[in-house]
Write a protein that binds this ligand. Sequence first.
Ligand SMILES: *[C@@H]1O[C@H](CO)[C@@H](O)[C@H](O)[C@H]1NC(C)=O
Ligand SMILES: *[C@@H]1O[C@H](CO)[C@@H](O)[C@H](O)[C@H]1NC(C)=O
Ligand SMILES: *[C@@H]1O[C@H](CO)[C@@H](O)[C@H](O)[C@H]1NC(C)=O
Ligand SMILES: *[C@@H]1O[C@H](CO)[C@@H](O)[C@H](O)[C@H]1NC(C)=O
Ligand SMILES: *[C@@H]1O[C@H](CO)[C@@H](O)[C@H](O)[C@H]1NC(C)=O
Ligand SMILES: *[C@@H]1O[C@H](CO)[C@@H](O)[C@H](O)[C@H]1NC(C)=O
Ligand SMILES: *[C@@H]1O[C@H](CO)[C@@H](O)[C@H](O)[C@H]1NC(C)=O
Ligand SMILES: *[C@@H]1O[C@H](CO)[C@@H](O)[C@H](O)[C@H]1NC(C)=O
Ligand SMILES: *[C@@H]1O[C@H](CO)[C@@H](O)[C@H](O)[C@H]1NC(C)=O
Ligand SMILES: *[C@@H]1O[C@H](CO)[C@@H](O)[C@H](O)[C@H]1NC(C)=O
Ligand SMILES: *[C@@H]1O[C@H](CO)[C@@H](O)[C@H](O)[C@H]1NC(C)=O
Length: 704
Amino acid sequence: MSFPNFYLVVILLVFRYHSWILRSQELTCNLNDLIALNGFSSCLESDILGWNNSTSDCCTWTGVTCDNSIALSKRVVSLELGSKKLSGTICDSLAGLHQLRILNLSHNLLRGSLPTKLFRMQNLEVLDISDNSLVGRIPEEIHLSSIRYVNISKNSIFGPMDENLCKTSPHIQYLDLSVNNFFGEVSPALGNCASLQYLILKGNNFRSLPKGIFRLPNLRVLHLQNNSFSGPLSYGIGDLSNLVELDISSNSFTGVLPDVFGNLGKLQLFSASSNNFIGFLPISMLNSPSLTKLDLHNNTLNGPINLNCSAMTHLNSLHLGSNNFHGSIPHSMSSCKSLSMLNLGHNNLRGQVPYNFKNLQALSVLALSRTNLVNLSSTLKILQYCKNLTVLILSENFREEQIPSDVNLQFGSLKVLSIAYCELRGSIPLWLLGCNRLQFLDLSRNQLSGAIPSWFNMFKYLFYVDLSNNSFTGGIPKGLTELQALIDMNISLEGPPVGFPLFRTGIGGATFLYKNIWSFPPTLDLSYNMLSGPILPTFGNLVRLHVLNLNENHLSGSIPESLSGMRNLEILDLSNNKLSGKIPNSLVQLSFLSKFSVAYNELYGEIPVGGQFMTFPYSSFEGNDGLCGGIYSQCPHEHTPIESPGEPMTVVGSQFGYGVATGFVLTITICFVSGWILPREAPFEQGSIQDTLLAARGKSSHHG
Ligand SMILES: *[C@@H]1O[C@H](CO)[C@@H](O)[C@H](O)[C@H]1NC(C)=O
Ligand SMILES: *[C@@H]1O[C@H](CO)[C@@H](O)[C@H](O)[C@H]1NC(C)=O
Ligand SMILES: *[C@@H]1O[C@H](CO)[C@@H](O)[C@H](O)[C@H]1NC(C)=O
Ligand SMILES: *[C@@H]1O[C@H](CO)[C@@H](O)[C@H](O)[C@H]1NC(C)=O
Ligand SMILES: *[C@@H]1O[C@H](CO)[C@@H](O)[C@H](O)[C@H]1NC(C)=O
Ligand SMILES: *[C@@H]1O[C@H](CO)[C@@H](O)[C@H](O)[C@H]1NC(C)=O
Ligand SMILES: *[C@@H]1O[C@H](CO)[C@@H](O)[C@H](O)[C@H]1NC(C)=O
Ligand SMILES: *[C@@H]1O[C@H](CO)[C@@H](O)[C@H](O)[C@H]1NC(C)=O
Ligand SMILES: *[C@@H]1O[C@H](CO)[C@@H](O)[C@H](O)[C@H]1NC(C)=O
Ligand SMILES: *[C@@H]1O[C@H](CO)[C@@H](O)[C@H](O)[C@H]1NC(C)=O
Ligand SMILES: *[C@@H]1O[C@H](CO)[C@@H](O)[C@H](O)[C@H]1NC(C)=O
């Protein structure tokens, strides 16, 4: 190697060494932070994907953000490991991240108690450890001088709050303690948290509120629902003049609603459902210009429903169901132009739907079941002008009226129609055909007669049809086996903006609660009619169907083998008909079938063995003189050909008795009204939390 070349090599080497130093300076995170993170990770049972212990630059690890400082080492300012399936405990060592501003460990499987040191981090602004399995007391001493957001929701934490909470942590804006094990009086210490804007205490066992809460000057959201608060609602609530949301539902509040809504000029949402409130609606509430959502269902409120719609210009959703309101539905309500959801069901109302309801052009959901309404004909004539109507529930009214047959009725937006339990007369009207978006139809428990029309195949989205307990005659039309939504997996069904809980009464009176219409199982219920003729083989095409109930009709012929094509079927009831022939073996392929009955028919031969057939009780088969085998008995002539149906084999029978009267009966009843949750979607100023986060993040880049 010649002399100049040697220098060149040295220069090159020096240069490379120099740039290596530079790079490592750029990359290396602070040693203390590295130790803290390694300590944290050593308490976890799971590895964190993207945490590579052989690179000491923790700033590149998943969920870790460092500041932009040009100092020799960078500081970790944010650790965001939400929804990472982390299990194990949270170690105290995490508190060694002295510059940490954001800690998000939410939606994991973390166990154990809260590390005390975590609640003494001086730079922490956002602490989200919600939705884990953390237990025990909240630390006795909390000292988070920069904290703005604390969320420990969905754990099993309890305990009194540090009395000095808001002296030591004066900037707290969001405090979410929901769905934990807190009990007793809400800590009076919270009364000193002047900066508090969101106080979310729902889903605990709190019993009383300290007076101090009513003095929080900046409180915007107060959620107290689903606790054990009792007694009257304090008039002090009227002092919270910045309140935007107040939810006190599902408690045991009593007495009258305080007439303080005049002071709550920003209140948009008020829910007091499922309490024991009595008396009239307060005047100030009936004149509130700010309210958009009002939910008072399931109380014992009474008096007339006398909203002042000239004042309540923003009212969008009104739920007064299941109370004792009386009088007629006021005409003036039609001036509530923004009203899009209205539920007055289960009240002592009377009369007709007011004519000028046709002005409610924003109306999308209307539920008026069990309100003693009369005149279905005029009701439909009026409501057809509400062009946005998607959900119409009118059940338990119009006793014994005729279903209107006026072909000009138009309900082009309707997705859900329920006029059940009315003992209506007449036949299925032709105007229904115009409801071409229909998804859910319940006309059960009427006295409708005639044939089921052939045009059901025109409904592209229909997935739930209950025509049970009527007097329909004739055959089952092929159209019912051609419902696209029950055949084609590709048709997606979407609900209107709100779901309201519905009850379904099932076997043995058990009730099932459904969050909304769209969580009902795809169903065809034609039970308790007088339908005759065969069960069409084309039923087998309904791969999406979950419930097929043909119980109590006069159906004859054999059970088609093709029924095994309904591969999602959970309930199949063919009992109390005149079906003959054998039970097709193919039915053992229905692997989701949990309820099955062919009781009281004229079936014969061997009961199939295998699949779900190993689980059905004897009562599923009783009342068929010719059935044998299965898991119940042996057929006498197992290897000989089956005798003709004329000479049925009577093997099973007396030894089992008639324990269950008529097999199982599935009745599906909808009582909607009682539920109906207000939509929980981000109520307002969705950005608030984001802003807090952005502000915290923003600071980390200013360092650079
Ligand atoms: C960890 O980092 C080292 C050095 O950068 C690299 O060689 C190794 O492949 C990494 N391991 C994983 C699992 O990413
Ligand atoms: C990472 O390495 C350090 C030092 O080698 C060790 O102390 C620590 O336990 C390791 N952490 C993990 C999670 O492997
Ligand atoms: C924490 O992370 C989760 C994602 O897992 C996110 O949904 C949540 O909004 C985060 N919390 C905060 C306060 O940003
Ligand atoms: C707290 O966390 C829960 C669950 O992660 C979340 O649903 C809730 O919105 C959060 N609360 C606030 C005020 O951000
Ligand atoms: C109310 O809280 C209880 C437990 O405290 C919980 O089981 C229930 O699901 C909650 N109900 C609602 C409607 O949130
Ligand atoms: C109605 O409120 C009572 C308490 O007042 C509660 O026990 C019941 O579950 C509520 N019913 C419904 C359907 O919400
Ligand atoms: C209804 O509200 C309007 C507008 O706020 C008001 O002028 C009117 O006096 C109110 N009517 C009643 C009966 O309170
Ligand atoms: C009717 O519904 C459509 C679509 O949801 C909506 O854009 C429109 O504003 C509604 N009409 C009224 C009067 O609210
Ligand atoms: C139903 O209402 C219409 C229009 O208001 C009226 O003409 C008709 O007489 C009413 N029918 C009954 C049975 O009250
Ligand atoms: C059918 O309706 C009648 C009268 O409405 C009622 O008594 C009967 O219990 C109902 N049966 C079923 C199974 O729903
Ligand atoms: C459903 O969609 C898939 C692709 O999106 C398509 O290949 C298939 O043919 C569709 N099925 C029907 C019955 O339309």
